[in-house]
Design a protein around this ligand. Structure first.
Ligand code: C5P
Length: 218
């Protein structure tokens, strides 16, 4: 029998990259495939939860049995997440762009004698930190991810404290790992209790194990 420990609970999940406009036809983004976040949304639904998946642009089908909200920018993702609250659990697997272009051009930038344009950036809102520090709607459990290419666990510990999350799922996304876009993941679960490293497994298995862990911690 499938155990359904999240029946009656609402879970919000973010997934995929964000897209930050430069002009009407160009944007900045990253290599996130959304596979891990989508797998988490699916695993939460299989565990009986009512799931809202807020996702940036990905080449994945909407998981069955999940309410999917499609967004592009970090700011749109934050708005959609806030609208999905209150929730018992929030899991932030999206690779949110840290910066957006300060002044998005209203018309396509053109090549010309003035040479290449200079772009100025401003920081995007931190969705995880905003929700983890929310004065009235903080979910009971807030889970963040840390995609790092070096000092994976040290960076994750720092992130746990700085962002106010209960758990950080840290993974090494250095190109040699094949994690970004791949189907497998090696993760470290970092919490106030310490660090637990899970054997390399499929993103679907990471998702199921994470949902089981989170359900146990409620
Ligand atoms: O600081 P860093 O981007 O490495 O933190 C990663 C974690 O924070 C992930 O859980 C990611 O989804 C979340 N995040 C966010 N909003 C941002 C930046 C990161 O929710 N603007």
């Amino acid at each position: 029998a499938v155990s359904r420990p999240l029946v009656g609970k609402r879970v919000v999940v973010t997934s995929g990259p964000t897209r930050e406009a430069i002009d009407p036809v160009r944007y900045l983004s990253n290599n996130s495939s959304g596979k891990q976040g989508h797998a988490i949304a699916k695993a939460a639904a299989e565990a009986g939860a009512e799931v809202v998946l807020v996702t940036g642009p990905v080449n994945l089908p909407d998981p069955v049995g999940v309410t999917v909200v499609h967004v592009e920018s970090a700011r749109d993702m934050l708005t959609a997440v806030e609208q999905a609250l209150p929730a018992t659990i929030a899991i932030f697997a999206a690779a949110v762009a840290d910066w957006r272009v300060a002044d998005v051009a209203g018309a396509k930038l053109k090549k010309g004698p003035a040479g290449p344009p200079s772009l100025a950036f401003v920081e995007n809102p931190d969705i995880l930190a905003t929700v983890a520090k929310h004065p009235s709607k903080r979910p009971q459990l807030v889970v963040g991810f840390a995609a790092e290419t070096e000092a994976v666990i040290d960076n994750a510990r720092a992130k746990l404290a700085r962002k106010g999350s209960d758990l950080i799922v840290a993974n090494d996304v250095g190109v040699a790992t094949g994690t970004f876009g791949g189907d497998a993941n090696t993760v470290h679960i970092v919490s106030a209790d310490g660090v637990e490293t899970w054997a390399r497994q499929s993103k679907d298995d990471v998702a199921r194990a994470l949902i089981a862990l989170v359900a146990k911690r409620l």
